[in-house]
Each structure stands twice: as C-alpha cells, then as structure tokens.
Design a protein around this ligand. Structure first.
Ligand SMILES: Cc1ncc(COP(=O)(O)O)c(C=O)c1O
Length: 315
C-alpha cells in the first residue's frame, strides 16, 4: 500500500504530505491514546461520495467520549467538512479517509485531564484490503490464540489506537501461521469478531452475527444487517461458538477496509463450498450497489464530495 496524497489536513491547515509530522514527545504515541476512524469514498453516477460519513464522525466523537476526553477542538460539522475538504484538496474520488485525534500536549500522567487535543485527516487510495481474489475465493482464517478485549479492560466500542495492539497480535500470529485473517473469541470463549471486521455466519438461509457486547459496532455490520433484512433474510444477533463456525454454510466478514468477504476455511476446515457462498455474494452485490449510489433506497448513506450541482456543472 502506497500512502500517496498531496496534503494532510492538520488542525485546520492543509499541510504538504512530507511536512505532516508530529513531535516524538507526543504522549498518544507512547500510550496509544489516539482515536481514529476508517472511512471510504466511492465513485457514484452523481460524483464521488463518502459512505456513511456522518456515522463515522459520530463514532469518532463517541470514541473520544469513551476515553474520557471532555472537549474536542472541532465540532461535528467542522470534522465532517474537513473530511470532505481533504478528499477534494487531494483530487481523490475512491479513497480511504483516516481522521486521527491525538493528545499533543500533556497526558504524561496517564490521564486525559487537562490535555491539548490535535487532529489530522489523511486520505489515500487503498483497494482490496484482503487481496484481489478475496471477493470470489474468500480468505483463510484461524481462531486466534489471543482473546478479544473484555469490555471492562479495553472499551470495545471505541476506535482507540491502543485497542489495536490486540488486533496486531492476532493478525501477525495468523499471517505467520499462513492464514489471511484471525477470528477472535471473547473472554467467555464465544466468537467475537476479526481483527478489523465484524463476522456473520449463515445456516439454512438465516444470517447470524455475535451480539454487540464484545465487538466494535461496525458501520458496515449495521449496513449489512439493514441490506440483508431488505433482501428478505432473517438476521439473528446471538452468541456463536467456534464449532458453530465450522458447521456453517457460509461465514463472512464486514468492515470499511475489507468490505464484505467470505471466509473459505477456518482452522483448516472448509466452510460450505470453500468459496464465496450465495448469501455472501448477494450481500456483496447489494453493498456494492449501495456504496456506488446504484440503489436510491440507500442514498441517505452517501455524502457527496462535491455538491451535486457542481458535479452537473462540471460535466
Ligand atoms: C475491530 C474491528 N471490528 C469491526 C470493524 C468494522 O467496522 P466498520 O464496519 O465500521 O469499518 C473494524 C473496523 O473499523 C474494526 O477495527
């Protein structure tokens, strides 16, 4: 992945890529106390649009709230506008957008009391997080030896940088074992989620997904649940065990970076046909239509990078 963009938005300024630096003595770097989002924009017939930007900005604000940060230097509207502005400034259409909020001054006493908060937003082209062939072939996963956070240890509803050490441990182990992704169990031993994706199973046409207690409340997860119900599927949020994964007709994962990808094998056991199954395929198609503005029912999920009038003027 090449991080290529001309500018990064930093505290209200467009800073050239090479100058977008933070000081070594930034406590968030030392203690993992930054908060971030992962957002994507897509091309649509009406011009490029960011998918569910408002929901991502809301989750970013909630992540700060969970960490105990009381005053953010930017309002919802300012962050929302800045995310659109940085994609425009970089002339990006389909891209990944990464806002990051961090403590620039203070925080050395392991508290967020009295700290100064800074914020940056980058964007870059990032395709196929789980590989080119994954859409059709799925990817191979294992159940990690690392458990997902207990909610009273690391708050799983916040995208706090420090939380991701858990994901890095699990994903590194999986990749070194020859798998593509790691499935993590919660502290009770039930299926939780993957390192950067939520998880779904399919059995006899019914879609199951673990309840929200130990997982990040994925915006793609919520979109998939909505799309699945609209397609007529029953969706059940319930506890899933490791052996229920093995005997599922299909298992697939969802996330902004990965989008919707099947798990073809888990712990060396083939899942279903060992390829993307029909339910996953129908959701991949519905998701693709929604993000690319091909289904007017989900128009409210799109925030256009340029006003529609500007688009029509430009064309
Ligand atoms: C741990 C974890 N679970 C699930 C997800 C999926 O969330 P979303 O669909 O909002 O990208 C992510 C990605 O942000 C994640 O990091």
């Amino acid at each position: 992945m090449a991080f290529e963009c001309d500018y990064i938005w930093m505290n209200g300024e467009f800073v050239p890529f090479a100058e977008a630096k933070v000081h070594f003595l930034t406590s968030s770097l030392h203690y993992g106390t930054s908060l971030f989002e992962g957002i994507r924009s897509y091309s649509t017939p009406e011009g490029p649009a960011v998918f569910r930007l408002k929901d991502h900005i809301n989750r970013l604000i909630k992540s700060a709230h969970i960490l105990g940060i009381q005053d953010l230097p930017y309002s919802f509207e300012e962050m929302y506008e800045a995310a659109l502005e940085i994609t425009r400034k970089n002339n990006m259409e389909e891209c990944y957008i990464r806002p990051l909020i961090y403590i620039s001054v203070g925080g050395w006493n392991l508290s967020v009391e009295g700290v100064t908060i800074n914020m940056g937003i980058a964007c870059w082209k990032w395709n196929n997080y789980l590989g080119e062939a994954a859409l059709i072939n799925g990817v191979r996963a294992n159940v990690s030896s690392f458990a997902r956070h207990h909610a009273n240890i690391m708050m799983t509803k916040g995208k706090v940088a420090g939380n991701y050490v858990n994901s890095v441990l699990a994903k590194t182990e999986s990749m070194r074992l020859g798998f593509d992704e790691a499935i993590m169990l919660d502290s009770q031993g039930n299926v939780s989620e993957c390192t950067g994706e939520n998880l779904f199973t399919v059995r006899n046409g019914v879609i199951y997904t673990p309840p929200r207690n130990s997982v990040l409340e994925g915006i793609t997860r919520e979109s998939i649940i909505c799309l699945a119900k609209d397609l007529g599927y029953e969706v059940v949020e319930e506890t899933i065990t490791r052996d229920q994964l093995y005997i599922s007709d299909e298992v697939f994962v969802s996330g902004t970076a990965a989008e919707v990808i099947a798990l073809s094998q888990i712990d060396f056991r083939q899942i279903g046909t060992g390829k993307t199954g029909p339910v996953c395929a129908s959701l991949q198609a519905a998701y693709s239509d929604a993000i690319h503005g091909r289904n007017s029912k989900y128009e409210h999920w799109l925030d256009y990078i340029y006003q529609k009038e500007e688009n029509s003027l430009a064309s």
